[in-house]
Ligand binder design. Structure first.
Ligand SMILES: *[C@@H]1O[C@H](CO)[C@@H](O)[C@H](O)[C@H]1NC(C)=O
Ligand SMILES: *[C@@H]1O[C@H](CO)[C@@H](O)[C@H](O)[C@H]1NC(C)=O
Ligand SMILES: *[C@@H]1O[C@H](CO)[C@@H](O)[C@H](O)[C@H]1NC(C)=O
Length: 182
């Protein structure tokens, strides 16, 4: 027994580990802090989740083992993990790239050498936090912006319109609309 016990402890520890998914989704309750980066990591699609856990904002590996990631929002609850937003005109990010919220540049994506790949378009004011909204909209808020976001992905649609999203006058979808709602 004295020799079996360590094995049993290991066994139960292993079972315990199996019951938890890999820690690739940060527990944020939808609220994202300035200056806390998310890193493109091998074999995982690291993300910030909305509080409902329906939508994820983060790095999605373009193909398994490609080590190339698309910064995007996807519908995390469907097995297909349909992508609903990505920044237009952005090249895929290599392994080790980071995305973080910065007060002056908003959403900022940099490669492992620190070179900027993408930043959210200009906004007035200073970003103080972000929210991965349960509607699939990633929003940036300023200190005094109250409930009005200073920047949001819904204003920059890629190829998909979500149920509460309105295509603004002059807005453009870059390819045909896909069905994304369940
Ligand atoms: C998110 O965090 C900011 C700053 O800490 C806070 O002011 C805001 O109320 C929070 N929003 C939500 C939806 O939790
Ligand atoms: C990450 O996303 C890619 C592309 O959708 C998928 O092929 C892959 O299985 C995902 N990896 C994990 C660990 O979920
Ligand atoms: C989420 O975004 C919608 C608009 O897309 C807005 O009406 C709603 O108030 C937002 N929710 C939160 C918690 O910010």
């Amino acid at each position: 027994m004295g020799f079996l016990l360590p094995h049993m402890i290991l066994f139960f520890f292993f079972i315990f580990l199996l019951n938890f998914p890999p820690l690739s989704s940060a527990q944020t309750n939808g609220n994202i802090t300035v200056g806390v980066p998310l890193t493109a990591t091998a074999g995982s699609n690291s993300s910030w989740l909305s509080s409902s856990r329906e939508f994820a904002f983060g790095f999605k590996e373009i193909a398994p083992n490609s080590n190339l990631f698309l910064l995007c929002i996807w519908y995390d609850i469907l097995p297909e993990k349909t992508i609903v937003w990505y920044p237009k005109d952005t090249t895929p990010a290599p392994l080790g790239s980071k995305v973080e919220l910065t007060p002056d540049k908003g959403v900022r994506l940099t490669d492992p050498r620190g070179e900027e790949i993408y930043r959210s378009q200009s906004f007035s004011g200073t970003a103080s936090y972000g929210v991965m909204n349960n509607t699939g909209n990633f929003q940036l808020f300023g200190e005094d912006s109250g409930s009005d976001p200073i920047w949001e992905t819904f204003s920059f649609p890629s190829d998909t319109l979500l149920p509460t999203q309105v295509l603004e006058r002059g807005g453009l979808l870059s390819s045909s609309q896909r069905q994304t709602s369940p």
